[in-house]
Design a protein. Structure first.
Length: 296
């Protein structure tokens, strides 16, 4: 899309190439080949929005109503020039000149295209895609698939006290952005048979394979309440985590009753206050699992 106050001087094909090839490869790797994301991009031209880019109130705190208006304006501007049949998620990409369209939220309500197609989820990209790169598509598509934000809303989106750089739903640019085993299990990329459940007192032993690699047991889950659990998984320097600056056993708590942006997953830092490396904490966690279970 472009705007009356921000006519495009870039290329739709270049925008597609910035976002699509890398992100679809990332999903194939993260899902062990189970998710093949197909993005049909209309690169014929930019479609002109009916209002100026700065009239949409596009900033953190953007209301659902304003967000829906933006999407509906875009869909109307495209009209019947695009066949939306079969679309499960819509991606709306603005010209780089539209600096007022600043960030990339996901709209989880449905919209109806001119051809009558009901589209259940929409991602509207913003200028942050020029800093985050293709991984912003992976993060926002994660929301379209039902995954929460793992960063803190209290910090205006800039704080990462809960998960650091250990999941793309947290710090997108983190050195280990592959999804946690818990999120891969929710997406059915990891099967129930790959989850080791501890459901009683005593001592047990589990052999886990790295979350980045297909096959084998992927996580041990200890239920500690109706909505809470402690999880152990193994992270390595492979696949989407090839740039990892720490490897080993990752321990975290899950609370399915905790809202997005409030820490539904909280990874345990073995050296609190050290700062880690680019949001990635030390995961030498000797003794932490027993301590967490005792606290629970």
């Amino acid at each position: 899309m472009d705007f009356p106050d921000a006519p495009a001087d870039d290329s739709p094909a270049a925008l597609r190439d910035r976002l699509v090839p890398e992100s679809t490869h990332w999903f194939r790797t993260a899902s062990f080949g189970k998710l093949n994301l197909i993005v049909n991009a209309d690169t014929s031209r930019f479609h002109r929005m009916p209002r100026s880019s700065d009239s949409y109130g596009y900033q953190r705190g953007l209301s659902a109503a304003a967000h829906q208006q933006y999407i509906e304006d875009a869909v109307r501007a495209v009209g019947r020039s695009v066949d939306f049949r079969g679309t499960q998620a819509l991606y709306i990409v603005p010209t780089k000149r539209a600096s007022a369209i600043s960030f990339s939220p996901t709209f989880t309500g449905s919209v109806t295209a001119a051809d009558g197609t009901t589209i259940p989820k929409t991602v509207t990209f913003g200028q942050d895609m020029y800093s985050w790169g293709a991984k912003v598509l992976n993060h926002e598509t994660g929301h379209a698939m039902g995954l929460p934000d793992l960063y803190s809303y209290a910090s205006g989106g800039s704080g990462h006290p809960f998960a650091g750089g250990w999941d793309i739903m947290g710090l997108i640019s983190g050195p280990s952005p592959d999804m946690t085993a818990w999120h891969k299990w929710k997406q059915h990329w990891i099967g129930d048979e790959q989850v080791d459940c501890v459901d009683g007192p005593g001592t047990s032993t589990a052999t886990l394979t790295p979350v980045e690699r297909p096959g084998g047991k992927k996580m041990t889950v200890v239920k500690t309440g109706p909505t809470r659990a402690v999880v152990a998984e193994v992270r390595s320097k492979q696949g989407n985590d090839a740039g990892a600056c720490a490897t080993g056993v990752l321990i975290y708590t899950v609370d399915t009753a905790t809202a997005s942006g409030s820490g539904p997953i909280r990874i345990q830092d073995a050296r609190p206050g050290s700062g880690g490396v680019h949001g990635q904490w030390d995961i030498r966690v000797s003794g932490q699992l027993g301590s967490l279970l005792a606290d629970s």
